[in-house]
Write a protein that binds this ligand. Structure first.
Ligand code: FMN
Length: 344
């Protein structure tokens, strides 16, 4: 059934298909009982404790899909145990010029250069005030394009402070390839500054009787082992909770898609099937270097039960998907949740 719907949706440009799908889903969910029936069909209960949070199951929607926290009720009905909203920036921004989202059917993948299009933190928190209570919501935060890197820490601080009462965990995004210079923030100096500022802020919230909320760092799959060693050291030194591995890749080496088409598409991050090995190798490396002690969330190229199980085998406590969800539909969320229940 989903394959049929997909073949129709794939006739539309990728970004239009995304908007159209959620427009329809939102309306369908307003029909009495539809949302409840969908939830009953797709959701698999598999209560899982991770970093002080009880997740309804171990399968999440990766950042970038619901950037503005606009579809949380509908996504919960599709079976996700958690949804990472964002990347949210302090000010609203339009993102890059369209077209900026491209399907690579031969690679079951996507190239995107969205560029953090989002409504800005103030609008997002208004929506979060009405969020579904049972769904776990992560807040993925970033900096505005116009903010220079030496002032980036301030953007992360603003988003963190404003969103703290409304999300369950945070992800610091310094790994998107689509905001110029952002990935330079993965270097020692700026990364330490950002993460230690957020940990100090968290301590201040705790003093005011807020619960402690986990902070994760989302990294690119394109880091060298030396860079990964630095990241691990900084994560330990600053006292954040763990790592989300990984974001999209700028590499095009393993793709089947015609080189001319890739050239025509141009810059952006690739996600999907061909990212799996690369992202899992990063996850595995971090897990080995930290002797399985660092809390990890695995994302990148999951498109089947076995690929999700591989992430868990290589150290991930939770998994997230984005592109696999587009290609395989909500049935995949259910299948993975059921499978991970058996390997708890
Ligand atoms: C269209 C699109 C937009 C994305 N936007 C974000 C984003 O705003 N912030 C972020 O941290 N990751 C973003 N991502 C990356 C995903 O969260 C995920 O890390 C990546 O796609 C790899 O997972 P996948 O292979 O399952 O898609 C985006 C991915 C896609 C395809």
């Amino acid at each position: 059934m989903y394959k049929f719907i997909r073949s129709l949706l794939f006739l539309l440009p990728a970004e239009t298909a995304h908007q159209f799908t959620f427009f329809c889903l939102k309306w369908a969910c307003k029909v009495p009982f539809v949302k409840a029936l969908m939830h009953q069909y797709y959701f698999v209960e598999n209560s899982f404790e991770f970093e002080g949070i009880r997740f309804p199951n171990r399968v999440g929607l990766a950042a970038g899909f619901d950037k503005n926290a606009a579809y949380l009720n509908e996504l919960a009905a599709l079976g996700f145990g958690f949804v990472e909203i964002g990347t949210v920036t302090p000010l609203a921004q339009a993102g890059n010029e369209k077209p900026r989202l491209f399907r690579l059917k031969k690679d079951s993948g996507i190239i995107n250069r969205m560029g953090f299009n989002n409504d800005g933190v103030d609008v997002v928190i208004e929506r979060l005030k009405k969020r579904p209570k049972k769904l776990i919501v992560g807040g993925n935060i970033g900096k505005n394009k116009i903010t220079p890197n030496d002032e980036a820490v301030n953007d992360y601080r603003i988003c963190f402070e404003k969103m703290y009462p409304y999300v369950d965990y945070f992800v610091v995004n310094v790994s998107s390839p689509n905001t110029p210079g952002l990935r330079e923030l993965q270097e020692k100096g700026p990364l330490t500054a950002i993460l230690s500022t957020l940990v100090t802020l968290r301590n201040q919230f705790i003093k005011q009787d807020f619960p402690s909320k986990p902070v994760f760092l989302k990294i690119a799959p394109d880091l060298t082992h030396t860079q990964l060693d630095d990241v691990i050291e900084i994560v330990k030194e600053t006292g954040i909770n763990g790592i989300v591995a990984t974001n999209t890749t700028i590499e095009r080496n393993h793709l089947q898609t015609d080189k001319n088409l890739l050239q025509q598409i141009g810059n952006g991050g690739y996600s999907g099937k061909a990212l799996f090995d690369h992202a899992t190798a990063v996850l595995k490396y971090i897990n080995q270097q930290t002797e399985g002690q660092l809390p990890l969330i695995g994302v990148g190229g999951i498109n089947s039960v076995s690929s999700a199980a591989d992430k868990v085998k290589n150290g991930a406590s939770l998994v997230q998907l984005y592109t696999g969800f587009i290609y395989e539909g909500p049935g995949l969320v259910k299948q993975i949740s059921m499978a991970l229940k058996k390997i708890n």
